[in-house]
Ligand binder design. Sequence first.
Ligand SMILES: NC(=O)c1ccc[n+]([C@@H]2O[C@H](COP(=O)([O-])OP(=O)(O)OC[C@H]3O[C@@H](n4cnc5c(N)ncnc54)[C@H](OP(=O)(O)O)[C@@H]3O)[C@@H](O)[C@H]2O)c1
Length: 333
Amino acid sequence: MEFRHLGRSGLMVSEISYGNWITHGSQVEEDAARQCVQAALDEGITTFDTADVYAGTKAEEVLGRALAGVRRESLEIFTKVYWPTGPGPNDRGLSRKHITEALHGSLRRLQTDYVDLYQAHRFDNETPLEETLKTFDDLVRQGKVLYVGVSEWTAEQIGRALKIADEMGFDRLVSNQPQYSMLWRVIEAEVVPLSEKEGVGQVVFSPIAQGVLSGKYRPGQPPPVGSRATDEAGGKNVISRMLTDDVLSRVQKLEPVAADLGLSMAQLAVAWVLQNPNVASAIVGASRPEQVRDNVKASGVKLGSEVLQKIDDILGPIVERDPAKTVSPERRP
Ligand SMILES: NC(=O)c1ccc[n+]([C@@H]2O[C@H](COP(=O)([O-])OP(=O)(O)OC[C@H]3O[C@@H](n4cnc5c(N)ncnc54)[C@H](OP(=O)(O)O)[C@@H]3O)[C@@H](O)[C@H]2O)c1
């Protein structure tokens, strides 16, 4: 496993990290979750990503149990705040009250005294940015949060936050967590250039497009049993947008490209996002340990310019590049 700096910070993260959205506390049983976490640790993954909202807070509990007993200094634990975790108006968003209470809940569930990275899971249009950043800064000073980041913020929002932090002397954002894959490149036009200039690293999610880029979904055929596309608890809804014949047939054409390089398609997909030097880590999900063992082999793989061009030619018009696709809800959900 290779390691990268998280943005311009001194923190090193494994360039492939493990995330537990959809899976822990929901799609997969606790036993499979533990096996995936163990496989990640065995393969050299040190960075683990979760969020308070995943599986209605159960995902953090599962991860906390799976990592209990592992030397804390050998892990980087990331979690997030913003999406609702309860019925009340203050159980969501980025107010001082919710951030503070949410962090305490996350620490309890994760069985740790601090998180390495605390991320604003979306931009909150209903809270002054100064309030959010001051609260994050206070939590850093209390030692409960070591670094602060965001997720799916636009370049304009990240830039505004950095300006306030510099003016007020608050801790600066070191990372952004956007969706990024061969199919979804919306950060490339604006977020990445600003982030490179400002020392913000991307911790990218869904690098395998939720499994689509593994090639296992075939056009005109039902999804494989046990895959995310058959997960009635939530997975099926979020993956369905990508399961069109056009997307799936173009993805199938990537198979010989991967085979020529001696890679599985999932490895090619993870290696592809890691070619971007602004990416600090690619967060992979897994419903079984073999997937983790497959995906980690993408660490350290270099792809030449001809390979990258071939991929672009195959995918053509199905690649999404519009920066306007980075959006947070207008009102808190
Ligand atoms: N910040 C945000 O808003 C946000 C949003 C989404 C995700 N995330 C983070 O990013 C993490 C990863 O997201 P993701 O799960 O969508 O990423 P992903 O790595 O693109 O997809 C993971 C899923 O693809 C399938 N898969 C993985 N490796 C495979 C392989 N080698 N062969 C075949 N199938 C394979 C598995 O699903 P099946 O086996 O069930 O088919 C697995 O659960 C999340 O856990 C979370 O930490 C963050």
